[in-house]
Design a protein around this ligand. Structure first.
Ligand code: CMP
Length: 139
């Protein structure tokens, strides 16, 4: 069993696909153990994406991620990390497989609807960034 962090980004919230994303997660045996809507400050977005701080897109990415509310979730399931990444599709929606969330809804390499942790180590850090133990409901 693995846990992973999912974010429906500001573009996904604005386009009204929160429910569509959650539907796909649940249909694929990824259980939602925690969920909340938050509007990050620029500093909070910078903290979340700190590993990307040297990248040319860092400023734009953190502006975007703090531009509106996001929905953050903790997901659990067997091989949840790779399975959720498969459902999301490639970062660049143009390279994402048919039927993936990004292929179906993303409009831009940056505005790509969802985020998912890329490893177990990252997932633990990312989950801890948004949730404390009392907010995560094992079931
Ligand atoms: P995410 O999976 O949240 O991880 C880092 C984010 O940076 C990524 O999704 C995109 O939103 C963004 N990103 C990655 N590569 C690029 C790029 N080449 N140009 C702009 N944004 C990018």
């Amino acid at each position: 069993m693995q846990r992973t962090l999912s974010i429906v980004k500001p573009d996904g919230v604005a386009r009204g696909v929160i429910g569509e994303v959650v539907k796909r997660l649940e249909a694929n045996d990824l259980k939602v153990l925690a969920m909340k809507m938050i509007h990050m400050t620029k500093a909070q977005a910078e903290g979340f994406y700190a590993v990307h701080r040297e990248r040319p897109f860092f400023h734009s990415l953190t502006d975007f991620m703090s531009s509106g509310p996001v929905v953050v979730m903790v997901l659990e399931g067997e091989n949840a990390i790779p399975r959720y990444r498969e459902l999301m599709g490639a970062t660049d929606f143009k390279a994402a497989a048919e039927g993936t969330i990004r292929r179906d809804f993303a409009t831009d390499i940056e505005k790509n609807i969802v985020h998912g942790s890329d490893s177990a180590e990252t997932a633990a850090i990312e989950i801890g960034y948004f949730f404390n133990a009392f907010e995560i409901n094992p079931r």
